[in-house]
Design a protein around this ligand. Structure first.
Ligand code: H79
Length: 606
């Protein structure tokens, strides 16, 4: 499973999915000539054509790497407060968390009047930050449409004193300023429509079928958004729920109205879309062979929430962007306009600061791919193909104090190394440990200094596997493991207690972890793990090459209490690069948090 390149996964390998047949339901919605035209353009019968069409559609998105997410709606008028009462969680959930009856929530809509909103300024700010696309909530779960919907009067034009079509203004500005526009649309939940999902609190709501909502509101609204707002870059579905096949197909088929529109993976389980979505968290490794995006609020809440001062520092945001790009993904950073249509100063300041960094260092983000150099002590690495070679962008978060920066394991001939900010050339040489660069005492940027390293040919990297130290110990840390967790499932993930990483949330007994390590001598190795277990005990299998041990860890008195436990011994009879696996024993598994496994040589084989 693990290649020489460790956790490297080819970032842009395409995967095939078959578009669903057109539901009969569409007879009323579409002109059939229109559909025929879309169909022949889509060429959905041939997998290669589907792949090629997808690559073409995804080209701008893969180059963009950085976009703005915007959560804006009725909840923004009160900053998520209901009758002056603070509610838990993200502000766009205000109606739900406050169990606000529809008739009462509508009064907040009647107060939506963001007089200071200026689409030109807003899009300009995204552009200044170096973002290449903007995805905004056209309709969130509360059911309020932020455009002049012809399917529902409950919209910004018809139900507010503002009366302006915000999506129209943004579409005009985005086209003017060269920013791709995407629409977030909550297709399944709608707390305002009697057929929408999610509203369990309004007893006056006379429920109708979900199909009635989808076909009567969602489908015409999505159709309108895809036909009256110019070219749409992305359709961003959210919170998939079980809907009828007809409803799914009707919504899915609408995206054919703009064959170049990209969709995320949240329409429904059978609709992988064009890319995978991670919410709030950066995955430890990019998912293999897939395009993906991390969406994350700049503060704590998606929608503007009064008193939410949890703004991530500019440093964190810039490093997040580099981290995500180094794994081959996009960063969709969310901002939250207030009821007056502007962003709070901490958000604006951060966007401008990111923009300053991007103006100098954008080449290290745009049009880059993941690089096989991950787990770097000093930062991250993105890459680009160049004529006959590879360009690496070394994102140095922790500038070396001794004037030497080592790119571990890299063996290629150095063509040229320089600082991206100034162009100043650096000396580089290949050593036993990798390429060593001589660098000035201070880096050009306190947060992330970028070095451009051009090397000849495809990358040749000697794996830097953990190895047995002089005392005979081999330490396998959680963050050096490869997690077999069904790619990005919520379970079995790298988490932290006291800033120390562990494999946690390990509820799924099918999830397992693997390391590759160098073992230089055969012999008996004691297996010691640092872990915490809430249950009385848990059982799992540990294997080293072809030998294994059935291990039992006993309860440590809670998930936050880590102890070292000896789990037994393994007689290792192979040497070299070995795979070490830790797999739950399904019948007797209870979740554990695993910080590390250490193999300690107790005796050498004769
Ligand atoms: O639009 C943002 C969220 O409102 C939306 N997706 C992002 C992009 C989202 N809706 N649901 N979820 C994410 C996941 C569900 C979270 C829940 Fe809860 C946990 C629902 C109820 C408990 C957190 C707490 C959100 C509301 C209350």
């Amino acid at each position: 499973m693990i290649s020489l390149l460790g956790t490297f996964r080819i970032p842009l390998m395409t995967f095939v999915y078959l578009t669903c047949g057109l539901g009969g339901i569409l007879g009323d919605q579409f002109d059939s000539a229109e559909l025929m035209a879309q169909d022949s353009a889509g060429g959905e019968h041939d997998a290669d054509t589907v792949d090629a069409a997808r690559d073409e559609r995804m080209a701008w998105w893969r180059q963009a790497r950085f976009g703005m997410f915007v959560h804006w709606g009725v909840y923004s008028t009160t900053g998520g407060e209901y009758n002056g009462q603070k509610l838990p969680n993200s502000a766009e959930w205000m109606m739900n968390k406050g169990r606000i009856p529809i008739a009462e929530y509508e009064k907040y809509a009647a107060g939506f009047n963001p007089a200071k909103f200026d689409a030109a300024e807003f899009v300009g700010l995204a552009k200044l930050a170096g973002m290449k696309y903007l995805v905004i909530t056209a309709k969130h779960h509360d059911g309020f449409s932020m455009f002049g919907s012809t399917a529902s009067d409950y919209n910004v034009v018809d139900a507010t004193p503002f009366k302006r079509d915000i999506m129209k203004e943004l579409s005009v500005e985005c086209q003017k300023q060269g920013i791709r526009l995407g629409f977030y649309y909550s297709q399944a939940q709608d707390w305002h429509h009697p057929g929408g999902m999610g509203n369990s609190w309004d007893k006056d709501l006379k429920k109708v079928s979900n199909d009635e909502y989808v076909l009567g509101k969602a489908v015409p609204e999505v159709k309108q958004l895809l036909t009256e707002y110019g070219p749409i870059g992305i359709f961003w579905w959210d919170t998939p729920r079980a809907m009828s096949r007809e409803s799914f197909n009707a919504l899915h088929s609408l995206t054919k109205l703009q064959p170049s529109v990209i969709t995320n993976d949240r329409l429904g389980d059978d609709f992988p879309g064009d890319y995978k979505t991670f919410e709030r968290k950066i995955p430890p490794n990019g998912p293999a062979g897939k395009d993906w995006e991390v969406c994350m609020p700049i503060s704590g809440s998606w929608g503007y929430k009064k008193g939410d001062n949890d703004f991530k520092s500019t440093s964190t945001l810039i490093r997040n962007l580099a981290d995500i790009a180094s794994k081959g993904g996009n960063y969709l950073l969310n901002v939250s306009p207030t009821g007056d249509g502007t962003l709070l100063p901490p958000a604006t300041e951060r966007l401008k600061e990111i923009g300053k960094w991007m103006a100098i260092n954008g080449d290290s983000i745009y049009e880059t791919s993941a690089s096989p150099l991950q787990a770097l002590d000093w930062g991250r690495c993105t890459s680009k193909k160049i004529d006959g070679g590879t360009r690496l962008y070394l994102h140095v978060f922790d500038w070396p104090k001794d004037g030497r920066l080592v790119v571990p394991g890299l063996k290629n001939d150095v063509r040229k190394a320089s600082l991206l900010a100034s162009g100043a050339e650096l000396q580089g040489r290949v050593t036993d440990g990798g390429i060593e660069l001589s660098v000035p005492a201070d880096g050009p940027d306190a947060v992330n200094s970028v070095i451009v390293l051009d090397v000849d040919g495809a990358l040749e990297i000697e794996a830097q596997w953990p190895s047995v130290d002089a005392k005979g110990s081999l330490v396998l840390a959680a963050d050096a493991a490869y997690l077999h967790n069904n790619e990005g499932s919520k379970q079995a993930d790298i988490r932290h207690h006291d800033d120390i990483p562990h494999v946690g949330y390990w509820l799924d007994a099918q999830a397992w972890v693997e390391w590759t390590a160098n073992i230089d001598k055969p012999g008996r190795y004691e297996v010691v793990a640092t872990l915490s277990v809430d249950a009385e005990k848990t059982q799992f299998d540990i294997s080293v090459g072809n030998r294994h041990l059935s291990a039992t860890a006993v309860g440590t008195g809670g998930y936050g209490k880590y102890v070292e436990q000896s789990l037994g011994a393994i007689d290792v009879d192979q040497v070299g690069e070995l795979s070490i696996k830790c797999k739950p024993i399904a019948d007797s598994w209870n979740p554990m948090n695993l910080r590390s496994i250490t193999l300690k040589r107790t005796e050498s084989a004769e």
